[in-house]
Design a protein around this ligand. Sequence first.
Ligand code: MN
Ligand code: MN
Length: 324
Amino acid sequence: MSPEAPRATPRGPVDATRVPRYGGPPTFARLPRLDEVSRADVTVVGLPFDTGVSYRPGARFGPGHIRAASKLLRPYNPALSTAPFGTQQVADAGDLGLNPFDITEALATTEAGLRGLAEDGSTLLALGGDHTLALPALRALASQHGPLAVVHFDAHLDTWDTYFGAPYTHGTPFRRASEEGLVDLERSVHLGTRGPLYSEQDLEDDALLGFSVIRADDYETDGTARAVERMRRRLEGAPVYVSVDIDVLDPAHAPGTGTPEAGGLTSRELLHTLRGLVGANVVGADIVEVAPAYDHAEITGIAAAHVAYEILSVLALNSAAARS
Ligand code: MN
Ligand code: MN
C-alpha cells in the first residue's frame, strides 16, 4: 500500500459493551475472521498439531484454548500506549488442517499455508501446536525475508540433532533451521533457558548454530532491563521471528505445557521483555506448546493470550512508525 492510500478503519473485536466478553465469536480476541475483511495487516492462525512432542502430548488443543482465554483481552494496552486492534487490521484465519500421522506432510502443509497467508505482506502470528512447527514457519518467512534473527523464548534450546533417530521433533526445529540457512547466525538469541541437559555438548553445539543465550538465571542476577538490552543489541536491524514456547514461563505461571522445567520466568518478566521488541523489525511470531489438559484455571491460556496481545501491540507500534 502506498503511503498516500487511505486506510480503512480496522474492524476490531466485538464490542464488549454490547456482547459481554465471555460470549461472542470463538476467534482470537473475538476479532473478525480473515474471510470477513478485505485484507489483514496481521493474521492469527491456529496450528493444531503435536505429533512432534517428546514428553506430554496435548498441544494440538492449544489454538482453541488460547482463543478461548483471549476473550478477556481489552482493546487498549496502557503499558505500550497503543490499541493493537485499532491501528492495524488483525484477523483470525482459523486452523490449518495438519496430518497428525505424518510429520513431514504436516510440516509441508504448514509451510504452504503460512506462505499463502503471508503472500500479501500480512504479518503472521501462529498459535501452536508443538515447537516442531517453528521450522516450517521459518522456511515460509525466510523465503520472503532471507535469514531471520530468531528471538526464541524457551526453557529448552531446541537445537538437539535427533531423538530416537527422528530429525523433525519439537526439540530440533532450530538446528534444522540453522542447517537450512534460515537463521541469522549473528542475530539470534534464546531467552529463559534452564534445566538439565543431556550433556555439556548440548551447549557447545548450540553456540555453533548461531544462538546467544540469556538464561532464566540471568533474569534473577542481572534483571529484566539487562535482558531486554542484551536482546535488542543482538537484533540490530535484522528481520525478526519471535518464537515463544510457553514453557519459558515457570510452571507456576504456565502449568499447561508438555515439558515443564522449574525455575522459569514470571509472566510479568516475559511480557516486559516482549515490549522490548518495539522498534525491531518483527516479521512473524508463534506461541507454542500450550497443552490445555495440564492447565488449571486457564493460567496457561491466559498467559499465552497476553503474550499474543503484547506481540500484536508491538506490531501496531512498529507499523505505525513505518507509516509515519
Ligand atoms: Mn520448551
Ligand atoms: Mn520449545
